[in-house]
Design a protein around this ligand. Sequence first.
Ligand SMILES: [Zn+2]
Length: 142
Amino acid sequence: MPKQARLNGIKAFKSYTIEEAAAVSGVSPRTIRNWASDGLRVMDGARPTLIRGDDLRDYIKSQRAKRAVKTRIDTFYCVCCRKERRAAEGMADCDVIEGRAKLTALCEACGTVLSKPVAETRLPEIARTLDLKITRYDETLR
Ligand SMILES: [Zn+2]
């Protein structure tokens, strides 16, 4: 898994050299150069190469958006298949603790354990397509 680039320290109106851009976003200068050949905008004609903060931010955000896989409420992202998958046999376990629910199921394709957090309020909706076995943990019983 590549290291997650940081957005927080990048100032939109500042220009960064390759080294500064690398330091502020928490990646290596080599990574910044790869990004520059992959579509990250650099400032025309500047020597050394300068990158605008807002261009750097936009690039990192667009890379994140590409990576994020949206799953439907009743499906899971399988890290093994690297795809959205349904629960095997339409069954999922659901642990509910203080209004937060965690679904656990097996990947329909490869059997890997899948899990994801969902809001408890969405359980009725999920229960329409998944056979849920709900276990409630009450904080006061501990
Ligand atoms: Zn799978």
